[in-house]
Design a protein around this ligand. Structure first.
Ligand code: 13P
Ligand code: SF4
Length: 316
């Protein structure tokens, strides 16, 4: 048997002995997705984390996602493969900065994209993901001043979609800002039948050429259901594993980026997501570490806008 297979077997055995579940984001390496109990986007992973009765949640994603599991299901032990797996969006918006921003806009409500720390969530009125943001922004009464943090690209997209003005925080995803509009237009010309799928963390000029803009789950569903045979995908290529499984007969092309990864050091693979390996998943389950714990005041503060999001997501 290959060493790789025995590692996967070890992980499966540890899941059982630890009464653990592995929740994985679509951007994880395919060997991690293959041993996960659930693979999904940020909203689905939040819902799964809240619902699970497992004693241990091993969260294969990035730090803010594991924090969400702890916020929603605090009696579970939450472990991660690598504590350093962060997110450029979360890093762009420290709680003290948001507190100062709020002080400048005393009547405003804070809409926070889920890609932020628990400390920032505790200062927000509602959390959104790319699956539900449009609906939740529209749920505020007209005239309500809104601050949107931390993603300026998703924020600008939402302002255009909903017609609701919002004051935007200046954060961006280091991965999604790599896509290049000019090269995308050229690729579309070479593949006239292809549908362009883009995550709303991409910059506006790229989003303007997209046929479908949505969360990782929405883009996956499009590949599964749309009759098109070819897709140009502007999001982290970890999602290709599930897309290929969902529609093996369809052609998937990576949307072009500004420069070659090796030459520029910037790439369309998420360096944070890719810190996680199957070995580290095994070690996290074996050692029940590293753990994600939160100070109870912050956790309880972050729970309120998270729960509001989950309720608004259900509402018709
Ligand atoms: P989704 O919620 O669409 O999976 O997005 C998460 C993310 O970090 C995208 O970069
Ligand atoms: Fe954060 Fe971008 Fe990585 Fe998503 S892809 S986790 S937004 S850095």
């Amino acid at each position: 048997m290959l060493a790789h297979d025995s590692l996967a077997d070890e992980v499966v055995a540890l899941k059982k002995s630890r009464r653990a579940v592995i929740l994985a984001h679509y951007y994880q390496e395919s060997d991690i997705q293959d041993v996960a109990d659930f693979v999904g986007d940020s909203l689905q992973l939040s819902q799964e984390a809240q619902a699970t009765e497992a004693e241990v949640i091993c969260f294969a994603g990035v730090h803010f996602m594991a924090e969400v599991a702890k916020i929603l299901n605090p009696t579970r032990t939450v472990v991660v493969p690598d504590l350093e797996a962060g997110c450029s969006l979360s890093d762009a918006c420290p709680p003290a900065g948001l507190a100062a921003f709020k002080a400048q806009h005393p009547g405003a409500k804070v809409v926070a994209y889920i890609n932020c720390s628990a400390g920032v969530k505790a200062l927000a009125d509602v959390i959104v993901t790319s699956s539900n943001a449009e609906k939740i922004v529209k749920s505020f009464p007209a005239g309500q001043e809104l601050l949107f943090v931390p993603d300026k690209n998703l924020g600008r997209y939402l302002v255009e979609k909903t017609g609701r003005p919002m004051i935007l925080w200046e954060g961006a995803c280091i991965v999604h800002e790599q896509y290049n509009e000019r090269k995308l237009v050229q690729m579309k010309a070479r593949h006239p039948g292809a549908l362009v799928l883009a995550h709303p963390e991409c910059e506006g000029p790229v989003l303007r050429h997209a046929d479908v803009v949505g969360s990782t789950k929405a883009l996956l569903e499009c590949v599964r259901k749309d009759p098109a045979r070819e897709f140009i995908v502007a999001t982290e290529p970890g999602i290709f594993h599930e897309m290929e499984r969902a529609a093996p007969q369809k052609a998937l092309l990576e949307a072009p980026i500004h420069g070659a990864c090796a030459a520029t050091g910037a790439c369309n693979t998420c360096p944070h997501m890719k810190r996680n390996t199957l070995e580290k998943v095994r070690d996290a389950l074996a050692n029940l570490a590293p753990r994600v714990d939160l100070e109870e005041g912050v956790r309880a503060g972050a729970f309120v806008p998270m729960q509001r999001m989950l309720e608004l997501s259900k509402a018709a």
